[in-house]
Ligand binder design. Structure first.
Ligand code: WT7
Length: 709
């Protein structure tokens, strides 16, 4: 596991061969996969099918090469400086330029495409018809909602709004309405708890929340409005007053939530909209550097951080990369299964594709509902030809119905995998069965912070290699360094920290309200001169481990920090640990990633109890319920172990590396330097000593040290 690799560096104690291979070594010894070439039919129609792009985006043409992306947009005013490096690492892109994102994603398409589908909403219940929203209709609805935000909620340019909504068309409509007015949206993934939403709303200083009453998920109705009340309370405790909660109704004619509407605070958007029928709100001409949105993500501290993305550079980057790497043309039907509440959805469901006048499918539910054939029925019905999902979804669909895709008459020209490393055999199933051996696959590596893709093959130009993201994207110059800043070359056959040497237009501007942390987290590690105004001195540290074989195809191994990538979603171990520590009985908590067949990684929790507290099942149940309340169901631990003590260094630091090794049945390496080496065997007995059962199978499976009681 990459974590082991990171610790190996930081503790300065390389593990010897006799202790077995480290994860990095295993990865480097992986069999090199054979290339698969893109089919001629794809190449013939591809947006990027000439090799001159490499020359155009070569380092000697940086940063002006990125004009090519910006010129895909409509600018109210052209920029005078492509890249301003006066305040490193706070880069400014397309300075002097003015544009509006909603205008670029909606208005400008009306002349040619007003009657073309912009969004096709597929409700989870299969008996409900899908809903088509044309560009004309999108234009109308975005304007009307913008009018509500401005006229009714009194919001204006620069204000923040927190949107806690699931996958329904009102979500992108609300986002675009914000963008039309220059209101900074902060979309919180629908699966996060009300408390998690409230904390983010408080951090961003939002006084308006936008919700929906409920939605369908995995065959059940989720009452979502109840979270709004918790969010408002949580924000209040943090000192942020929410004065309005605007509530969409999933079914416009009825309210479906048990939570009452609070007078003077909660308002149905559908009702207010009646006063704004056919309203037209002129798009606000924004400066390229004005913030467009915040996206909170987990990092190395207990508190998620708000990645602040800019207007011009971000839109240019996602539009250019959606065009070249997703190969989106206006005539394509594009379906990205990610949730709009994550960065993938922002960049590659909403902003990039709509700027290209694409038709985007928005599916409300889970892929395997009511069965594993669902995605392929949707694809056939809507004639989807570009498909985008995560390795976790692919593994799940493969497990649940390996032969399902064959039964359906759809044809993908292009498919994406994103969010976590994909095993070569899973990649091959995706290619042969889902892609019917004719779709091109791109394995795109990037992050919430980076706005858009960093490494992937160029679909028509580069051969694919299962299990490797591929070469750097155009205009991106990565490098792998070891902990000391020495380059790890491909000939070294070793892993290191992947960094990007140069700025690019999609990179976040800063962390909302915490510029210091922005510098510390991403730039301090490899910065050579804090006074320098030369971008070459400010490489971006991604916190991912990677290896580079001689062919230049980066293989991303995973996070080297305290972040666990669960099913392609980021969880901060510190966030889970702080949640545990709110439980009175718990003295210490440590969270480690454990390999999971479907989700890639899952969190496993170790807790030790305060003196005199007896280990009880109730404590374990409290851990699960506390995590669900404070973060959300997605953070549910795979297992929870109560241990008598944590393995610690002499300075008292919990050795998570040792716990992770035990959880994953790996060698714990050298433990002689621990303050309490004897505990390791005891913990191993607790964790591995008995039959392992998943936590959610009932109370019997809870594992305690000593006697179960
Ligand atoms: C982390 C970022 C980027 C959108 C979804 C996740 C991992 C992402 C890949 C890939 C291997 C990948 C990295 C990265 N990751 N894509 N193609 N191969 N690993 O965004 O939640 O910010 O997570 O996801 O570890 O750091 P995110």
């Amino acid at each position: 596991m990459p974590k082991t690799l990171a610790k190996k560096h930081t503790e300065g104690k390389p593990r010897s061969k006799k202790h077995g291979l480290t994860e990095a070594q295993i990865a480097v010894h992986w069999k090199e996969e054979a290339y698969i070439r893109p089919p001629a039919r794809f190449i013939a129609q591809a947006n990027l099918n000439d090799n001159y792009a490499l020359e155009r985006f070569s380092e000697k043409n940086f940063p002006e090469c990125f004009r090519e992306y910006a010129e895909l947009l409509h600018w109210d005013q052209y920029w005078h400086t492509t890249l301003d490096t006066n305040h490193p690492p706070f880069w400014k892109w397309f300075v002097g330029g003015r544009l509006n994102v909603a205008y670029n994603c909606v208005d400008r398409h009306l002349a040619k495409y007003k009657n073309k589908a912009a969004l096709i909403f597929v409700p989870e219940p299969e008996e409900e018809n899908h809903i088509v929203i044309t560009y004309q209709e999108l234009y109308r609805r975005v304007n009307e909602v913008a009018a509500v935000l401005q006229g009714f909620a009194g919001l204006q340019k620069g204000d923040r709004v927190t949107i806690h909504m699931p996958m329904i068309p009102e979500l992108p409509i609300t986002m675009l309405a914000c963008a039309r007015l220059g209101i900074i949206h902060s979309v919180v993934f629908g699966g996060f708890s009300g408390e998690a939403c409230g904390l983010r709303a408080a951090d961003s200083g939002s006084r308006v929340l936008i919700y929906v009453d409920g939605y369908h998920r995995n065959g059940r109705w989720v009452d979502h409005k109840v979270s709004a009340d918790i969010a408002v309370e949580t924000a209040k405790k943090e000192g942020q007053v929410i004065d309005k909660v605007l509530v969409w109704k999933r079914y416009h004619h009825k309210y479906t939530s048990d939570a009452p509407m609070i007078m003077e605070r909660d308002f149905f958007i559908d009702d207010i909209l009646k006063d704004y029928r056919n309203a037209v709100v002129p798009p606000v001409s924004m400066e390229a550097e004005d913030p467009l949105f915040l996206m909170y993500t987990s990092g190395t501290t207990g508190k998620p951080k708000g990645c602040q993305h800019r207007t011009g550079g971000y839109l240019a980057y996602v539009t250019g990369t959606a065009k070249y790497y997703q190969d989106i043309h206006p005539e394509d039907v594009y379906w990205c299964m990610a949730d709009i509440g994550w960065i993938t959805g922002h960049s590659y469901i909403v902003y990039g594709p709509l700027a290209l006048a694409a038709t985007c499918v928005i599916y409300e539910g889970v892929p395997q509902f009511p069965d594993a054939g669902r995605p392929w029925r949707i694809a056939e019905r809507l004639d989807v030809n570009i498909f985008h999902t995560s390795p976790t979804a692919i593994r799940m669909l493969r497990k649940a119905g390996a032969e399902e895709p064959k039964k359906h008459n759809y044809r993908f020209k292009h498919m994406t995998t994103v969010g976590e490393p994909i095993e070569p055999e899973v990649w091959r199933w995706y290619h042969e069965v889902v892609g019917k051996s004719e779709a091109v696959i791109v394995d795109t590596w990037w992050q919430t912070e980076t706005g858009g893709f960093l490494c992937t093959t160029k679909p028509a130009l580069d051969p694919m290699k299962p299990g490797s993201a591929g070469p750097a994207c155009l205009g991106i110059y990565p490098i792998i360094w070891d902990e000391e800043g020495k380059e790890v070359a491909s000939a070294d056959h070793a892993a290191g920290n992947i960094c990007i040497r140069n700025p690019w237009p999609g990179i976040m501007q800063t962390i909302w309200g915490d510029p210091h942390r922005f510098v510390e987290q991403y730039y301090k590690k490899y910065n050579k001169n804090a006074q320098s105004k030369d971008w070459r001195d400010w490489p971006y540290y991604a916190a991912d481990a990677a290896v580079l074989p001689p062919d230049g195809y980066y293989r991303i191994l995973g996070r080297v920090d305290d972040v666990i990538n669960v099913a392609g979603h980021r969880l901060g171990t510190k966030e889970l640990e702080s949640a545990c520590l709110t439980i009175q009985e718990i003295a210490e908590a440590a969270v480690v990633p454990v390999v999971d067949e479907v989700k890639g990684r899952a969190p496993e929790i170790y807790i030790s109890l305060k003196p005199g507290v007896l280990p009880k099942k109730q404590i374990i149940e409290k851990v699960t319920s506390t995590i669900e309340t404070m973060i959300g169901k997605i953070a549910r631990p795979k297992r929870i172990h109560i241990v008598p003590d944590m393995p610690k260094t002499r300075s008292g630091k919990i050795m998570r590396r040792v716990l992770a090794a035990i959880s994953n049945h790996m060698d714990t390496g050298d433990i002689t330097t621990l303050a309490n080496p004897d505990i390791v065997e005891q913990v191993r007995q607790i964790v591995q000593g008995r039959e392992i059962m998943p936590l959610n199978e009932g109370p019997e499976d809870i594992k305690l040290f000593g006697d179960e009681r």
